[in-house]
Design a protein around this ligand. Structure first.
Ligand code: ZN
Length: 299
């Protein structure tokens, strides 16, 4: 049995784990996201202490944008993040210095997608997307068995969305204001628009949920038409409110309007087509185990 070091690097915390090849998490450590010189050494210590179960690979699923092009001189860097201490920090190199092991590195959402592919809702599928709706909106996924990369990597949370006529919110995306999905439908946009600290204070019948479903459904319909995913997995803090998922499925059907002739879309089978992550809130960290496993295989 192989053991792996897994890191889910987020804007507020780093979740780290020692995990088995089958995705099972043995030990976990949460480290707050401070400056790299404070956060990284704690994780190195955590991995090095595991003498009984030495790790044979490391997976890093990281907040971005990132340089994930292995041929690039700056491969492994966190690039244009507003978290200034991490801007241009090379997180892969930081671990390479201490561990002579294969290191898998990708966006947090591609990591989570790979986790769902190896161990969860996308097992046996080769073209699918994983969406997270929380502090930001991120999308990862696979096309024909390959994690989605390109010029950089997709940033499908920032696709341009038409604002609904009855919505005059200014948007929270510093780049696209009220024109992009993250600006209109991320967790912070809901807090700001409806002036609430907790989304749980918004009753199920509140218009907030209709509007949220509307924006997310437009985005999902667009992604379905662009990528033709075999499944759409959607998680993140905002999706903890399950009534939202029911509304989204209905709105997606309405928007696509019967155009795509798949029973997975036009019938009740949509309940198995647009789904919650099988790994629940562990998609990210389990995805980091999957990235490590993939890196070891490719080594
Ligand atoms: Zn944006």
């Amino acid at each position: 049995m192989n053991y792996f070091g897994a890191i889910e690097a987020g804007g507020t915390k780093f979740a780290c784990a020692i995990g088995k090849e089958n995705g099972e998490i043995i030990k976990k450590l949460i480290v707050p996201t401070d400056k790299p010189e404070v956060t990284i050494p704690q994780i190195i210590d955590f991995f090095k202490k595991e003498k009984a179960t030495p790790i044979c690979g490391i997976g890093i699923a990281c907040f971005g944008p990132l340089d994930v092009n292995e041929k690039s001189l700056t491969y492994g860097e966190i690039t244009t993040t507003p978290k200034l201490a991490w801007k241009n920090f090379n997180i892969v190199k930081a671990f390479k210095k201490h561990f002579d092991l294969p290191i898998g590195f990708d966006t947090d959402v591609n990591g989570a997608a790979l986790g769902e592919h190896f161990y969860g809702a996308a097992k046996g599928l080769d073209t699918f997307i994983y969406v997270t709706v929380g502090t930001g909106i991120g999308v990862g996924g696979m096309v024909r068995g390959n994690l989605m990369h390109g010029l950089i990597h997709p940033e499908m949370g920032h696709i341009i969305i038409p604002q609904r006529k009855d919505d005059d919110f200014i948007g929270v995306c510093p780049y696209h204001k009220n024109n992009c999905l993250e600006g209109l439908a991320s967790g912070p946009s809901m807090h700001k628009r409806w002036k609430v600290d907790k989304l749980s204070t918004l009753e199920m019948s509140h218009i907030a949920w209709d509007l949220e479903a509307y924006y997310l459904a437009i985005a999902i319909a667009n992604w379905i038409m662009c990528i033709s995913p075999q499944i759409v997995i959607i998680g993140g803090g905002v999706m903890h409110y399950e009534h939202l998922l029911f509304k989204i499925r209905k709105d997606v059907q309405k928007i696509l309007n019967g155009y795509l002739h798949s029973e997975k879309i036009v019938t009740d089978k949509i309940n198995d087509y647009i789904v919650k992550p099988f790994l629940k809130d562990n998609s990210g960290i389990t995805g980091a185990i999957a990235l490590a496993k993939k890196a070891l295989r490719q080594n």
